[in-house]
Design a protein around this ligand. Structure first.
Ligand SMILES: [Zn+2]
Length: 139
Protein backbone atom coordinates (compact mmCIF):
# COMPACT_ATOMS: atom_id res chain seq x y z
CA UNK A 1 0.00 0.00 0.00
CA UNK A 2 1.31 3.42 -0.89
CA UNK A 3 1.06 6.43 1.35
CA UNK A 4 0.13 9.75 -0.14
CA UNK A 5 2.05 12.75 1.11
CA UNK A 6 0.02 15.29 -0.86
CA UNK A 7 -1.42 17.93 1.40
CA UNK A 8 -5.18 18.18 1.08
CA UNK A 9 -7.27 21.34 1.36
CA UNK A 10 -9.03 21.93 4.69
CA UNK A 11 -12.44 20.21 4.81
CA UNK A 12 -15.48 21.87 6.32
CA UNK A 13 -15.31 20.59 9.92
CA UNK A 14 -18.99 20.13 10.68
CA UNK A 15 -22.33 19.58 8.98
CA UNK A 16 -23.21 23.21 9.79
CA UNK A 17 -20.07 24.39 7.97
CA UNK A 18 -20.71 22.10 5.03
CA UNK A 19 -24.35 22.98 4.30
CA UNK A 20 -23.64 26.48 2.87
CA UNK A 21 -20.79 25.01 0.78
CA UNK A 22 -23.11 22.38 -0.72
CA UNK A 23 -25.88 24.96 -1.26
CA UNK A 24 -23.42 27.12 -3.23
CA UNK A 25 -22.38 24.08 -5.29
CA UNK A 26 -26.03 23.32 -6.09
CA UNK A 27 -26.59 26.93 -7.24
CA UNK A 28 -23.46 26.87 -9.41
CA UNK A 29 -24.49 23.82 -11.42
CA UNK A 30 -27.45 22.66 -13.45
CA UNK A 31 -29.89 20.37 -11.68
CA UNK A 32 -29.35 16.93 -13.21
CA UNK A 33 -32.11 15.27 -15.23
CA UNK A 34 -33.11 11.66 -14.75
CA UNK A 35 -31.39 9.54 -17.42
CA UNK A 36 -34.68 7.60 -17.71
CA UNK A 37 -36.37 10.80 -18.94
CA UNK A 38 -38.41 11.61 -15.82
CA UNK A 39 -37.29 15.23 -15.82
CA UNK A 40 -35.31 17.27 -13.34
CA UNK A 41 -34.05 15.44 -10.27
CA UNK A 42 -34.53 16.67 -6.70
CA UNK A 43 -31.65 17.48 -4.35
CA UNK A 44 -31.64 15.44 -1.15
CA UNK A 45 -32.38 17.48 1.94
CA UNK A 46 -28.97 18.47 3.30
CA UNK A 47 -30.15 18.68 6.91
CA UNK A 48 -30.96 14.95 6.94
CA UNK A 49 -27.58 13.77 5.67
CA UNK A 50 -24.61 12.53 7.63
CA UNK A 51 -21.31 14.39 7.45
CA UNK A 52 -19.77 11.52 5.44
CA UNK A 53 -22.58 11.39 2.86
CA UNK A 54 -22.49 15.16 2.41
CA UNK A 55 -18.68 15.15 2.27
CA UNK A 56 -18.88 13.00 -0.88
CA UNK A 57 -20.93 15.56 -2.78
CA UNK A 58 -24.40 16.76 -3.67
CA UNK A 59 -26.98 13.99 -4.07
CA UNK A 60 -30.05 14.05 -6.28
CA UNK A 61 -32.94 11.60 -6.62
CA UNK A 62 -35.47 11.19 -9.39
CA UNK A 63 -38.74 12.97 -8.60
CA UNK A 64 -40.78 10.05 -9.99
CA UNK A 65 -41.69 7.84 -7.00
CA UNK A 66 -41.58 4.73 -9.24
CA UNK A 67 -37.95 5.46 -10.19
CA UNK A 68 -35.00 4.79 -7.89
CA UNK A 69 -32.38 6.65 -9.94
CA UNK A 70 -29.93 8.76 -7.93
CA UNK A 71 -26.85 10.67 -8.88
CA UNK A 72 -24.19 12.76 -7.20
CA UNK A 73 -21.98 15.66 -8.11
CA UNK A 74 -18.70 14.77 -6.42
CA UNK A 75 -17.55 17.36 -3.90
CA UNK A 76 -14.41 19.45 -4.19
CA UNK A 77 -13.12 17.60 -1.11
CA UNK A 78 -13.63 14.21 -2.81
CA UNK A 79 -11.99 15.45 -6.02
CA UNK A 80 -8.95 16.66 -4.05
CA UNK A 81 -8.78 13.38 -2.13
CA UNK A 82 -8.74 11.37 -5.37
CA UNK A 83 -6.49 13.85 -7.22
CA UNK A 84 -9.24 14.40 -9.78
CA UNK A 85 -10.48 17.41 -11.70
CA UNK A 86 -13.38 19.28 -10.08
CA UNK A 87 -16.18 20.89 -12.09
CA UNK A 88 -17.09 24.24 -10.59
CA UNK A 89 -20.19 24.74 -12.71
CA UNK A 90 -18.39 26.92 -15.25
CA UNK A 91 -15.02 25.18 -15.63
CA UNK A 92 -12.55 22.74 -14.13
CA UNK A 93 -9.90 23.04 -11.47
CA UNK A 94 -7.50 20.69 -9.76
CA UNK A 95 -5.83 20.67 -6.34
CA UNK A 96 -2.05 20.70 -6.82
CA UNK A 97 -1.13 19.93 -3.20
CA UNK A 98 -1.12 23.59 -2.18
CA UNK A 99 -3.92 25.38 -4.04
CA UNK A 100 -6.74 24.92 -6.55
CA UNK A 101 -5.47 25.54 -10.09
CA UNK A 102 -7.75 26.11 -13.06
CA UNK A 103 -7.36 23.53 -15.83
CA UNK A 104 -8.78 23.58 -19.34
CA UNK A 105 -11.77 21.53 -20.44
CA UNK A 106 -9.35 19.60 -22.68
CA UNK A 107 -7.09 18.72 -19.71
CA UNK A 108 -10.12 17.61 -17.71
CA UNK A 109 -11.41 15.62 -20.70
CA UNK A 110 -8.06 13.81 -21.01
CA UNK A 111 -8.19 12.96 -17.29
CA UNK A 112 -11.72 11.60 -17.55
CA UNK A 113 -10.74 9.55 -20.62
CA UNK A 114 -7.70 8.14 -18.77
CA UNK A 115 -9.88 7.22 -15.78
CA UNK A 116 -12.42 5.55 -18.07
CA UNK A 117 -9.64 3.56 -19.77
CA UNK A 118 -8.23 2.53 -16.38
CA UNK A 119 -11.69 1.52 -15.10
CA UNK A 120 -12.32 -0.56 -18.24
CA UNK A 121 -8.88 -2.20 -17.85
CA UNK A 122 -9.64 -3.12 -14.21
CA UNK A 123 -13.09 -4.43 -15.13
CA UNK A 124 -11.59 -6.61 -17.90
CA UNK A 125 -9.00 -7.86 -15.40
CA UNK A 126 -11.74 -8.75 -12.91
CA UNK A 127 -13.76 -10.56 -15.59
CA UNK A 128 -10.64 -12.51 -16.62
CA UNK A 129 -9.88 -13.35 -12.97
CA UNK A 130 -13.44 -14.56 -12.43
CA UNK A 131 -13.04 -17.03 -15.31
CA UNK A 132 -9.80 -18.53 -13.94
CA UNK A 133 -9.63 -20.91 -11.00
CA UNK A 134 -8.29 -19.05 -7.96
CA UNK A 135 -4.73 -19.67 -6.90
CA UNK A 136 -3.32 -19.14 -3.48
CA UNK A 137 -0.19 -17.05 -3.25
CA UNK A 138 2.56 -18.06 -0.86
CA UNK A 139 3.18 -15.41 1.77
ZN1 LIG B 1 -36.29 8.65 -13.03
Amino acid sequence: MTTTTTRLPADPKTIAEMIPVRQAEMKARKTPRCPLKHGRMVARTLERQTYEVMWCGVWYDCADPRCSTSTTYPSRELAAYHGEAYFTGSGYEKWDGAAWQPITDEQAGREFDARKTERERREAEMRAAARKPRRRHAA
